[in-house]
Ligand binder design. Structure first.
Ligand code: HEM
Ligand SMILES: *[C@@H]1O[C@H](CO)[C@@H](O)[C@H](O)[C@H]1NC(C)=O
Length: 340
């Protein structure tokens, strides 16, 4: 047993050291599920070399003030990429021309971090006007938030441009609900060119941040319309959750997605799933659902943080490559909240 564990961790270390997702000239550079994306990590090397320093300094401040902000920014990039691709459509406010994605079911009263993106954008417009897209800011902020929380680093392919449109309807249909079955989760990720490995690794983003009572109440009181709790919930964890999330009221009370280390990017999320302590049904079904592959992946990531970090980084690059606008498509917004 001990030697098996040793072999396993050596393997994970070897994997990590030889194939950290290197945008260049390594594996995932410029490639999306559908082929070449045209993105490159050194896109701003000459036009705005200070870009990442500026983003980092704003984030350090924002996350020190509000540790949950790292999680909120990681989630923003996900909700951007699943709707028309990673084009900053999620940042557009309501206007006569735009029905904002901010009002969709998954986003309303839920997404956070817009002010931090505004602050980054304002600083970048001073230093390198009309250069760095809002979509790239979201991708870099997601990576930097991960790093600042103790998670893996990866090279971010850049050069995305910003959309002139948003899609409220795609936002409602493409982003999976927290009571989705394992099959629905797989299908919705598949529709974005993401496979089961991506689904499980990216769900590990729930190692940081929190969720509102309304997103997991069904599990506590009425899992299958039978007035019974979800049987996969561990007993003590369940009792605590009922206090935080009563049957009636407290809709906006929040609970940590990773109850043991809510601001630390680590592999505890997967360990908690093994113990019946996943917060959302969509978390727990990765382990209790009837798909052998996801169960096996949850076990591997619970066993090896290195393996999880490696796959998370790789899957984040892949998610970031979903249908970018490049070349003369789209625009570089001056204000992330509205089209030029
Ligand atoms: C697999 C399907 C997913 C579902 C069903 C899902 C669902 C949710 C829900 C319901 C919340 C709480 C929202 C609220 O309380 O208003 C949440 C929070 C969060 N999600 Fe996901 N999510 C999924 C995948 C992802 C992915 C792929 C990432 C990023 C890689 C991610 C990152 C986060 C983060 C960091 C938070 C906490 C945000 C905060 O504290 O502000 N999620 N998610
Ligand atoms: C999921 O939650 C939504 C909104 O509360 C509800 O309408 C739907 O029936 C639920 N789906 C399942 C599979 O329980």
């Amino acid at each position: 047993m001990a030697s098996l564990k040793l072999i396993f961790s050596l393997l994970a270390v070897a994997l990590l050291s030889c194939s950290q997702p290197q945008a260049f000239p390594g594996s995932s550079f410029g490639r999306a599920a559908g082929g070449y994306t045209g993105l490159t990590p050194d896109f701003y090397r000459f036009s705005c070399p200070q870009a990442n320093e500026i983003i980092m300094s704003v984030l350090e401040n924002a996350i020190t003030k509000d540790p949950r902000m790292a999680a909120s920014l990681l989630r923003l990039h996900f909700h951007d990429c699943f709707v028309q691709g990673c084009d900053a459509s999620v940042l557009l406010d309501d206007s006569t021309a735009t029905r904002s994605e901010k009002n969709s079911g998954p986003n309303k009263n839920s997404l956070r971090g817009f002010e931090v993106i505004d602050e980054i954008k304002a600083k970048l417009e001073q230093v390198c006007p009309h250069t760095v897209s809002c979509a790239d800011i979201l991708a870099l902020a997601a990576r930097d938030s991960t790093v600042l929380s103790g998670g893996p680093h990866w090279e971010v392919p850049l050069g995305r441009r910003d959309s002139r449109t948003a899609s409220l309807s795609q936002s409602n249909t493409n982003i999976p609900a927290p009571n989705s079955t394992i099959q629905t989760l797989i299908t919705k990720f598949r529709a974005q060119g993401l496979d089961v490995e991506d689904l499980v690794a990216l769900s590990g983003g729930h190692t940081i941040g929190a969720a509102r009572c309304v997103t997991f109440r069904q599990r506590l009181y009425n899992q299958n319309g039978n007035n019974q709790p979800d049987v996969t919930l561990e007993k003590n964890y369940y009792n605590g959750l009922k206090v935080a999330c009563p049957k009636v009221g407290g809709d906006n009370n929040i609970s940590p997605l990773d109850v043991s280390s809510p601001v630390r990017f680590d592999n505890t999320y997967f360990k908690l799933l093994l113990w019946g302590k996943g917060l959302l049904s969509s978390d727990e079904v990765l382990f209790t659902g009837n798909v052998g592959k996801t169960v096996e992946l949850v076990r591997s990531y619970a066993e090896s943080e290195a393996l999880f970090f490696h796959q998370f980084a790789k899957s984040m690059v892949k998610m970031g490559n979903i249908s970018p606008l490049i070349g003369s498509k789209g625009e570089i917004r001056k204000n992330c909240r509205k089209v030029n």
